[in-house]
Write a protein that binds this ligand. Structure first.
Ligand SMILES: [Zn+2]
Length: 423
């Protein structure tokens, strides 16, 4: 889906782009292709707008061969992890040390917020170094500053100073240097607050040297990673009197239902109602969300999905955790293929504190094996059915029906055989 959109945009503009200086002359074209982006003003309030597509295939092909991939933090096999790629723009070859320090700091900051803190082990983070002709990016500090950089990142995008746009086609090209990338952030060599979230392309931009930009990146990643909705109540301008009268919204953190309706019919975040929100105040149903002042409700007064500088609320945390596990594909990184007497059966788990194991032999729980990741296979077990149930007992996920913990589970089973079969 993402690459289909990318391909279409690239083909539609490639012919013209060859005639134009990299990513500059587009706004003047009458039928300029545009992309929808979300930005945040320096006071932390969000907005949406459409911006021209940055496209510079000639820059891409030249720079791709110079790009190099480096681990920021690798915790397991890529196919069992949420793979986040940080692509640098505006860093000259001699500035890659600074880029490395900034990507470390970006990831440390993100990993200090829940639910990423508890699920840090479910991420693999890489940085991609692309040497830039100029140091810094366009529009920093002033609108007239133009710099030659591999992804054409620029402040003053669409005339908005803090809106930091980039060449999303080039970003996906670089990201494709790694298999199975889930999320991309383009890191501009700047200390000036700014950023953007590309709605269709699942790309966030941020300033590498600015702490507030990291909050913006987390907000944008929560959209693409957790399918979370915006919890603010306007599209472009606050106080527009808008009303949502559509069907129930898929996202886990917004709803058309009141608190009483949720509690009565066990809908949406009914399990969290009354809990003290991580930002303070009770979890409930607060009118004003999903770009409408009326008719849509959010779980708490404030949230990172509403304004920068806040934490995620509980329904958002739960939604993110469920999606992170879905993206990982399994609660186990690997397990023993066959169960043979005289050997051990083993499951390898990510180092997440809330994971537990319970083992069963022919359906009977072996309580003394609780919590083990390997068990011995003895002769008396021949022919038995062996299984392990892996459970995430996190307090941050509640079963939709019963509200109990432990709803994220996976069972792995084996038939215990005397020895390798003689085939
Ligand atoms: Zn948003």
């Amino acid at each position: 889906m993402k690459s289909a959109v990318l391909t279409r945009l690239t083909l539609a503009t490639a012919g013209l782009a060859l005639l134009a200086p990299a990513g500059v002359a587009w706004a003047e074209e009458s039928d300029t292709p545009t992309q929808r982006v979300e930005g945040f003003a320096p006071d932390g309030t969000p907005f949406h707008t459409d911006v021209p597509v940055e496209d510079s295939p000639q820059v891409q092909s030249q720079a791709l061969s110079d790009a190099t991939v480096h681990p920021v933090e690798v915790n397991g096999p890529d196919q069992n992890r949420n793979v986040l790629v940080l692509i640098g723009d505006g860093y000259q070859a001699g500035e890659m040390g600074a880029f490395a320090e900034q990507t470390d700091r970006i990831w440390e900051s993100m990993a200090s917020h829940e639910p990423f803190a508890s699920y840090r082990e479910l991420f693999n983070v890489y940085r991609i170094e692309v040497p830039s002709t100029d140091s810094g990016v366009s529009g920093d500090p002033t609108e007239d500053v133009v710099r030659d950089t591999p992804l054409n990142s620029n402040y003053w995008c669409g005339g908005i100073e803090r809106l930091l746009c980039t060449d999303t086609g080039a970003a996906w090209s670089y990201a494709d240097l790694i298999d199975g990338v889930d999320n991309i952030a383009v890191v501009a060599n700047s200390e000036k607050y700014g950023g953007a979230g590309y709605i269709e392309e699942d790309i966030a931009t941020l300033a590498g040297g600015n702490e507030q930009s990291i909050d913006l990146m987390m907000h944008e990643l929560a959209h693409s990673m957790g399918d979370l909705a915006d919890e603010y109540d306007y599209y472009a301008e606050p106080g527009d009197g808008s009303r949502y009268d559509g069907p129930e919204i898929d996202a886990p953190n917004v709803t058309i239902h009141s608190e009483d309706e949720m509690l009565g019919d066990k809908l949406k975040w009914h399990c969290w109602i009354g809990e003290e929100d991580p930002n303070g105040g009770p979890t409930g149903a607060f009118e004003g969300a999903y770009y409408a002042e009326f008719g849509a409700f959010r779980p708490a007064e404030t949230s990172l999905m509403k304004v920068l500088g806040a934490e995620f609320n509980y329904p958002s945390r739960q939604g993110l955790i469920e999606k992170m596990w879905a993206s990982a594909g399994s609660l186990a990184d690997s397990h023993t293929d066959r169960a043979q007497i005289g050997r051990e059966v083993e499951v390898e788990l990510p180092e997440i504190d809330t994971l537990t194991t319970t083992w069963y032999v022919d359906g009977t729980r072996k309580s003394d094996w609780d919590g083990r990741t390997s068990v011995p296979l003895t002769w008396d077990m021949r022919g038995s059915d062996l299984s392990v149930v892996i459970t995430d007992e996190t307090e941050d996920v509640r079963d939709q029906r019963t509200c109990a913990t432990g709803s994220i589970q996976e069972e792995i089973s084996w038939k215990v055989t005397p020895s390798r079969r003689p085939w």
